[in-house]
Every structure is written in structure tokens, then in C-alpha cells.
Design a protein around this ligand. Structure first.
Ligand SMILES: N[C@@H](CCC(=O)N[C@@H](CS)C(=O)NCC(=O)O)C(=O)O
Length: 212
């Protein structure tokens, strides 16, 4: 029933909205989506601020529940839909998933602000030349670390099985290959990981879909 279906508010070209869309497709959650954010309905209207006081997408509406913060929304959806396969409950397994998600949320988000938002999209205030250079260096450094990790031949970031952590990481890798304006080293294990993720229809729909 459309009324009880999960509603996702956010433009489909947003890094953080794409996480939710990919997860929903990956574990078969039905949803509707509405265009909010840059280039669409602004997130600064009283209507939107009533849902998310920090004026960011995505917002997810699940019945009466109003949810924000993409990683929190993903965890909630995994728990609600019993997605043990990709979000294991054993503490020693879950912490591996969480650590990679946190690394993307902190280190990589910061690096991509300079390299992508500043350097490629020329968005203020991220387009300060110092910040752009630092972001490009940090992005390259982080992807180099990812290369070292994946060089042991594992299929996905936490091992042989696809987990929730591969969603933000896959979007990062997609952006790495799309970002322009500086010399990027060749990282063969990262390239192989990108191709492996591309075997997943949900990644092709929401990650490697021509958008950076
Ligand atoms: N920590 C937040 C960050 C959300 C965020 O930065 N959203 C961006 C899009 S990726 C946004 O709202 N941009 C403003 C806009 O599109 O109007 C999350 O993970 O959900």
C-alpha cells in the first residue's frame, strides 16, 4: 500500500540519498522518492525544516517515524528488515562494518568536499584553492589505503561477503573514478573492486550510473 510505503526525500544524484536507494534495492524494500535538495525543492523551507532541522537530505519517512542521517537510516532499515546477511549482529563482525562506514563518513567525506565539491563543482566555500589541494591529497591517500587493504584479494571490504559497508565505499570508489582535475594513480585492486561491485544491479542503478 502506497500510504505505508517508505518515503525517501532527496534528489537521486546526492551521495547520501544514493546510499538509501541502493540499500532499498539491495534488500528489496519498496519505497517512493521525492525530489528535494539542490536544484529541486529547497531544504530550507519551514515544511522541510520541520522534518530535518539541519536542512539536509536524505530524510526517510516510515509511517510516523521521521528519520535523518543516511548511515542511521541504513542501519535502521537493516534492523527493521532483518538484513543480518549484510549487517551481521555478532559484535566482532558488526564492528568491521561500522569501522568502514565511519571512515567514509569522517575521512572520505571531508576529502571529497575539497576534491569534488570544491575542485570539480567549484562550490563555495569548498573551492578555496588550499582546501581543494588538501582534499585531492587526502582523497588520493585514502584510496591508496583502500588499495593496500584490498590487495590481499578479498572480494568486498569486510571479506568474502558483501556488507552494508560496501554501499558507502562503492559510492566513494565511483566518485574516485569520476573526479577530474588532478593526476590519479592507478590502483588495480580498487579497480577490481569497482568491477566486482558492478555485477550488482543496484550499484549500476544508483552508484555507477554515470553520475559522479
Ligand atoms: N551527514 C548527513 C549529510 C547529508 C548531506 O550532506 N546531504 C547533502 C546532499 S549529499 C545535502 O543535503 N545537500 C544540500 C542540498 O542538496 O540542498 C547524512 O549522511 O545524511
Amino acid at each position: 500500500m502506497a500510504d505505508s510505503m517508505l518515503r525517501i526525500l532527496g534528489r537521486p544524484n546526492s551521495f547520501n540519498v544514493r546510499k538509501i536507494l541502493w540499500l532499498c534495492d539491495e534488500i528489496d524494500i519498496a519505497y517512493t522518492r521525492e525530489d528535494w535538495g539542490r536544484g529541486f525543492k529547497p531544504t530550507t523551507t519551514p515544511e522541510f525544516l520541520g522534518l530535518n532541522p539541519v536542512a539536509q537530505i536524505p530524510v526517510a519517512l516510515d509511517g510516523d517515524l521521521v528519520l535523518r542521517e543516511s548511515n542511521a537510516i541504513m542501519r535502521y532499515l537493516c534492523l527493521k528488515h532483518g538484513a543480518e546477511r549484510i549487517y551481521p549482529s555478532a559484535p566482532e563482525k558488526r564492528v568491521r562494518v561500522e569501522q568502514w562506514m565511519d571512515w567514509v563518513a569522517y575521512d572520505l567525506t571531508h576529502a571529497m568536499r575539497g576534491a569534488f565539491l570544491g575542485g570539480q563543482l567549484q562550490e563555495a566555500p569548498w573551492n578555496n584553492p588550499w582546501f581543494v589541494d588538501q582534499g585531492r591529497r587526502d582523497f588520493t591517500h585514502c584510496i591508496g589505503l583502500l588499495e593496500q587493504e584490498l590487495a590481499d584479494g578479498r572480494r568486498f571490504i569486510c571479506g568474502e561477503d558483501f556488507t552494508l559497508a560496501d554501499i558507502p565505499m562503492g559510492l566513494v570508489v565511483n566518485r574516485w573514478f569520476a573526479v577530474k582535475g588532478f593526476d590519479k594513480p592507478d590502483f588495480p585492486a580498487v579497480s577490481a573492486y569497482f568491477e566486482r561491485l558492478s555485477e550488482r544491479p543496484a550499484f549500476l542503478r544508483h552508484g555507477r550510473n554515470g553520475l559522479p
